[in-house]
Ligand binder design. Structure first.
Ligand SMILES: Nc1ncnc2c1ncn2[C@@H]1O[C@H](COP(=O)(O)OP(=O)(O)OP(=O)(O)O)[C@@H](O)[C@H]1O
Ligand SMILES: [Mg+2]
Length: 333
């Protein structure tokens, strides 16, 4: 039997190793054994092979049938793949470090931008309030524009700062038991004058006796301000309705409007950074496309979920679920 073995031409497989493999066949534990080894060519060069070894009985003397497949190309491909995987890993590490640098850069720039902005806003308010002298109507109008744009700039800087802090994992949350109705009432008060100036009614249908959630009220008010702000911005006429109800282990809040709605092809990307649908949204409605992204970061920090449903031309509904405060000590605080 051993005279059949190709041991002589297999520099990698010793007799013991070969015997071990064929013992599985001899003991009928396996019908075919497969292994990889190295063969030597007539010219002495080596090449990797995959061997399929089978014991053929029923033909008188049992014989071994060996199929050896040259796997030089496969091995080379595997090595290439391993090398690519390593290169990819390296590139990924580099990207992560660049991402960290970008967040630090954004955070530094935003801080630096804020300082001069505070003085621009302060002096503008003082001039508009005629603390530095009486203004004519044209000057008042001009100062209103300066103040409005400084506000916009401040909101933009705050959003960028927020995203960079959140993405670097340095955002601080202060969780405590809260009533979702308090958050929504606060937010409605924040937004009511904006809604009224556009002739929109806000129906606040949130009951004030729902189970408590464990949340950061300041951050959740920011989410609701953005959702109601969007509803106002994208609703030329009609109304905005806010509801909340208990839903299993969650509270489920909805902010619906009767506005322009969201085209179905945009729904999946709505919560991405700087996403505003097509370019026309930015031109027509302004904004930075960070509101929903920040809202998602905040909701997920509460172990909640946020998603959008809409029928174009009919309106949009943004859904938010937040886990009810458990009776047991919470793992987020
Ligand atoms: N209620 C809504 N109705 C229609 N479209 C909406 C609504 N809410 C969001 N969108 C779409 O989703 C995009 C992203 O919203 P998001 O709040 O992130 O950004 P934004 O409102 O454009 O800017 P920002 O909130 O940063 O000022 C919007 O630009 C708009 O295209
Ligand atoms: Mg917004």
């Amino acid at each position: 039997m051993h005279s059949m073995t190709p041991l002589g031409v297999k520099p990698k497989l010793n007799e013991e190793g070969f015997n071990k493999r064929i013992s599985l066949l001899l003991d009928h534990e396996e019908e075919i054994v497969e292994f990889q080894t190295v063969y030597r060519r007539a010219d002495g060069s080596l090449y990797p092979v995959e061997v399929h070894l089978q014991l053929i009985k029923d033909v008188g003397e049992p014989v071994f049938l060996a199929i050896a497949i040259d796997i030089t190309d496969r091995k080379a491909a595997e090595e290439k793949l391993t090398k690519y995987a390593e290169e990819l890993k390296e590139a990924n590490e580099k990207l992560k470090s660049l991402d960290r640098m970008k967040n630090e850069f954004l955070s530094n720039v935003s801080h630096e931008l804020k300082t001069p902005l505070v003085s621009i806003e302060g002096y503008s308010e003082a001039i508009r309030g005629e603390m530095l002298g009486v203004l004519n109507d044209k000057q008042k109008k001009a100062m209103d524009t300066v103040i409005r744009n400084a506000d916009r700039l401040e909101r933009l800087i705050n959003s960028i700062l927020y995203v960079s802090i959140e993405e670097s994992g340095n955002m601080k949350y202060y969780f405590k038991p809260i009533q979702i109705a308090d958050v929504i009432n606060h937010s409605v008060l924040d937004m009511i004058s904006q809604a009224e100036s556009r002739g929109l009614n806000i129906n606040n249908e949130v009951p004030d006796n729902l189970p408590l959630i464990q949340g950061d009220d300041g951050k959740l008010i920011q989410v609701m301000d953005n959702l109601i702000g969007n509803a106002i911005k994208f609703t030329p006429s009609g109304e905005i309705t806010i509801t909340a109800r208990e839903d299993g282990s969650n509270l489920h809040a909805e902010v619906s409007d009767t506005g322009v709605g969201i085209p179905s092809e945009y729904i999946d990307n709505l919560f991405d950074r700087f996403y505003q649908g097509d370019g026309s949204t930015k031109r027509k409605y302004g904004g930075t496309g960070l509101g929903l992204h920040i809202s998602k970061l905040i909701v997920e920090a509460h172990n909640g979920k946020i998603w959008a449903k809409s029928e174009e031309g009919v309106g949009a509904t943004i859904h938010v679920t937040l886990p009810k405060k458990s009776q047991k000590p919470s793992n987020i605080n």
